[in-house]
Structures are given as structure tokens and as C-alpha cells.
Design a protein around this ligand. Structure first.
Ligand code: ADP
Ligand code: ADP
Ligand code: MG
Length: 451
């Protein structure tokens, strides 16, 4: 196998994760870094590092020209975008290719189609994958009112270009719709540079279950089963579990088959996630993320795949190193997002110096982080400090190991989400089985009620 040099166009735990995957393949990895990140762990782990600018992301990790210059000046032949930042910008994927380098992910046109939720819904329908009842992109308010009447309230106004839980508004009645549409459009324009919005029926008490797929350029497409990401606040994931508890074999089979069908229909290359809402025995496509996802490690734990290594292989035209029949679910895995956020203050970011940063260990415990003790959580970037990933033989063992690991995790200097996780595991419906996407917010609003 030939060797390669990959520029990791990202920071934090995912930069560390990608460097390790590259090294395991015998490749080299180069990282760009901003002022705030000059002493970071991933700068230390990489084979080379290039200072690219000031701390704000707009002057560093979102500056595609600086990233491409860094790749070229260090002789990289690939660029891995990680998640967030430029990972889902078609223009960046294209610029990488135009510079004569390989982009680790699907091509710009595919990112563009799937990044537009209304277009992605059409692609799903064309592949015979059920979507949430909803509309095309709407600009006319009277038409929106007609469509919403047909769908039935409550409905969501969703930004077609939205992501990260942003750009979604709940509308309970016709009176609220015109105003909600205007605010959603202007918010979408300023957040995503695109004011297209559409409507979706609200699927109440649904679970968020997503299927991991990975495809190579030789026509091989495999899935690595599903993850349940229903524990959310503000439509953002807090903890995830694989496989989804109490999911019938029939539903699992239909959802994984639908995901492979969609990947094949659009000619997908690389790792991708097909997200669904599940209500009883129905599933509805909501979107596809064309990148590695934050919660990918739980899928790796339950079936032994290295998703980042497979992404790198697929990008260089190699075959996937696994076949579908090699992937068998063993046990249960959880991921806990440890964020520097204050749960008592609406999960507001809590930057600062990590005066203590003691990480847990033990059977089945895996940590993904970009931090070390003494490090500083800068206010410029995502507030995720670490992911605690725990694997057990079954759900009970995974939960017992998780409680132990989270108890051993000691972080001082910033407020974190650790205690919320412990509370969920010790004494809530999450410990007993599946919950819906609205469950956590109800629980946080009134923790003493019977949840
Ligand atoms: P994933 O879809 O991989 O589970 P999330 O849904 O948590 O990840 O977030 C989607 C994307 O938005 C990720 O790429 C993440 O980096 C980014 N993101 C998450 N939270 C924030 C935030 N508070 N601000 C900006 N970007 C965020
Ligand atoms: P993003 O691109 O921000 O990840 P998604 O379309 O994936 O947006 O939706 C994020 C979350 O919002 C879902 O996991 C779910 O909790 C909620 N959501 C989205 N669409 C619906 C819907 N039609 N009904 C109910 N909840 C929804
Ligand atoms: Mg999503």
C-alpha cells in the first residue's frame, strides 16, 4: 500500500482521531493551527504543523485559502475536513480538488445536494426511502398556509441549509406561520447564507435513529448499523447509544437497507450518516450528513470497524477493508459528550483553564479528546472537551461501566456536562430504555417529576 500525507483541516478531538487513523495506516498527518492552538495536543502528535492565523475560526479554520496553502507547502496529497468547519461546504471540497489534492469525502455536487435538505428529501424519495411528510422549498406565505393545513399542525419551518440543530422553528398554528417563516428565512440567510425554508410535519415522541454507511469507489457499500441519538437539548445531541435499544430486527433491516439504497442511488463515496425519525414501526428520513459524525466511535466499538481509516482508504481509491458480513454487533456502546457548558445556565459555554483533567480508564472505556491538564478551553470554538465512549457486553454492563468512568472523570476550572450524564444514568428513563427527542428537555425542566 502506498503512503500518503493528509492535511487535517480541523482541530480538537477529531484532529487527534484523524492523525491516529493516518498513523495506523502508515501515513503522515499535518495540522494547521491558530494562535489559540499553538500548544495543542494535536499539534504535538502531527508530523508537521502550520500556523495559519488568528484565533477566530473565520481567520483560521474557516479560511480555505490558508488551509490549501498549508497543504501544498507541506506536500500533502489529501485533505480530511473532519466535522463542522468546512466539512460540508461544497466550495471547499471543490477547491481542494482544483488544487490537485484529494478531498476525503464525497464530491462537491453530492455535498451540495445532501446539504440542501429539500434536495436530499427528493433524493431519498427517488430511492424509495420514506421521508417526513412535508413540502418543497416555499417562498409564498399563502402557499405555505395551504401546505401546512394539509400536513396538519404543529409543523416545523426548517432551513434547507440548516445544521447543528439550528434553523428549525416550531409552529403550533396558522396564526404563527407567516411570522415564523419570515424570521426563519432571515435567520437562515444570516447563519447559512441561504434563506430557503420548507415545512415538515412534527413527528412527536419520535426517536432519532441514524444509520452509518461507508462506500468505496469499487461499488462496495456497507453499513455499520445504527445509533440512537434521541437524548437532545435544543435539537443537539448530548449522548448516543449503539445499537438502538429495543429496535425490532425488521425495522433495523428496513432502515439499513434503505440507507444502502440511498447511498447507492446517489453514488455515495466515503462515510456518511442517514438520519431518521422513528415512531413505532415507521421510519422517516430527515437528512444525510456527508462527513464523519461526532458520535462515530460507538459504531466502531460495537462492530470493530475503523471508520476514519476506511474514509482514508476510500478517498485514495482503495477497497474498503471490511465486507458487510464481517460486521457483527457485539454488545452495547454509549458516548457521553463532555462539554465545557453550564447545565444550570441553559448549557451556556464555560471556557477557562483546565486546572484538573483526570481521565477515566478501565475495561471498555475509550476517551477521545484534544485536551490535556493545564490546557485552556478557548471561547472561539465548539465547547466539547472530550467524548467518553464506553462499551459493554450488554446494556446493563455498559451502564455500570459508564457510571464508574464518569465518576472517575475529574475536571476542574470549567463547568461541564458530566453530572447531567451521571444523573441520567443513575435515575431516569434513559437508564431503562429508549426515550424520545423531546424527553431530555422535559426532564431538565422538572428533574423530580416521574421520568
Ligand atoms: P453530529 O451531526 O456529528 O452528531 P452535531 O449534530 O452535534 O454533530 O453537530 C453538527 C455539526 O455542527 C458538527 O459538525 C459540529 O461540529 C457542529 N456544531 C455542534 N455544535 C455546535 C455549536 N454549538 N456551534 C457551532 N457548531 C456546532
Ligand atoms: P440538523 O441538520 O440541525 O441536524 P435535523 O433535520 O437533523 O437538523 O434535525 C435535528 C433534530 O431536530 C432531530 O434530531 C429531531 O430531534 C428534531 N427534528 C427535526 N425534524 C423533525 C420533525 N419533522 N419532527 C420532530 N422533530 C424533528
Ligand atoms: Mg441532523
Amino acid at each position: 500500500m502506498s503512503t500518503h500525507r493528509v492535511l487535517v483541516a480541523n482541530r480538537g478531538e477529531i484532529a487527534v482521531r484523524i492523525i491516529r487513523a493516518a498513523h495506523l495506516l502508515g501515513w503522515e498527518a499535518v495540522v494547521p493551527y491558530s494562535d489559540a492552538d499553538q500548544d495543542a495536543l494535536w499539534v504535538d502528535l502531527a508530523d508537521d504543523a502550520v500556523h495559519i492565523g488568528k484565533s477566530p475560526a473565520s481567520q483560521s479554520y474557516l479560511d480555505s485559502e490558508k488551509l490549501l496553502d498549508a497543504a501544498k507547502s507541506t506536500d500533502c496529497d489529501l485533505v480530511h475536513p473532519g466535522y463542522g468547519f468546512l466539512s460540508e461546504r461544497p466550495s471547499f471540497a471543490q477547491a481542494v480538488v482544483d488544487a490537485g489534492l484529494v478531498f476525503v469525502g464525497p464530491d462537491a455536487d453530492l455535498i451540495s445536494t445532501m446539504g440542501d435538505k429539500a434536495a436530499a428529501r427528493r433524493a431519498a424519495q427517488a430511492a424509495d426511502v420514506p421521508v417526513v411528510p412535508g413540502s418543497e422549498v416555499l417562498t409564498d406565505k399563502d402557499e405555505a398556509l395551504r401546505v401546512a393545513d394539509e400536513i396538519g399542525y404543529p409543523v416545523l419551518v426548517k432551513a434547507s441549509a440548516g445544521g447543528g440543530g439550528r434553523g428549525i422553528r416550531l409552529v403550533e398554528s396558522a396564526e404563527e406561520l407567516p411570522g415564523a417563516m419570515s424570521t426563519a428565512q432571515s435567520e437562515a440567510r444570516s447563519a447559512f447564507g441561504d434563506d430557503a425554508v420548507y415545512l415538515e410535519k412534527v413527528i412527536e415522541r419520535a426517536r432519532h435513529i441514524e444509520v452509518q454507511v461507508i462506500a468505496d469507489t469499487h461499488g462496495n457499500v456497507v453499513h455499520a448499523f445504527e445509533r440512537d441519538c434521541s437524548v437532545q437539548r435544543r435539537r443537539q445531541k448530548l449522548l448516543e447509544e449503539a445499537p438502538a435499544a429495543d429496535l425490532s430486527d425488521d425495522l433495523r433491516e428496513s432502515m439499513t437497507a434503505a440507507s444502502i439504497r440511498l447511498a447507492q442511488a446517489v453514488g455515495y463515496i466515503g462515510a456518511g450518516t442517514v438520519e431518521y425519525l422513528v415512531e413505532e414501526d415507521h421510519f422517516y428520513f430527515i437528512e444525510m450528513n456527508t462527513r464523519i459524525q461526532v458520535e462515530h466511535p460507538i459504531s466502531e466499538e460495537i462492530c470493530g470497524i475503523d471508520l476514519v481509516a476506511e474514509q482514508l482508504l476510500a478517498a485514495t481509491g482503495e477497497k474498503l477493508s471490511v465486507k458487510q458480513e464481517d460486521l457483527v454487533v457485539q454488545g452495547v456502546a454509549f458516548e457521553f459528550r463532555i462539554n465545557a457548558e453550564d447545565p444550570d445556565n441553559d448549557f451556556f459555554p464555560s471556557p477557562g483553564e483546565l486546572t484538573r483533567f483526570d481521565l477515566p480508564a478501565g475495561p471498555g472505556v475509550r476517551i477521545e479528546t484534544g485536551y490535556v491538564a493545564g490546557g485552556v478551553v478557548a471561547p472561539y470554538y465548539d465547547s466539547m472537551l472530550a467524548k467518553v465512549i464506553v462499551h459493554g457486553r450488554d446494556r446493563a454492563q455498559a451502564i455500570a461501566r459508564s457510571i464508574q468512568a464518569l465518576t472517575e472523570l475529574r475536571i476542574e476550572g470549567v463547568v461541564t456536562t458530566r453530572d447531567v450524564h451521571l444523573r441520567l444514568l443513575r435515575d431516569s428513563a434513559v437508564a431503562r430504555g429508549p426515550v424520545s427527542t423531546s424527553w431530555l428537555e422535559d426532564f431538565l425542566a422538572d428533574p423530580d417529576a416521574n421520568h
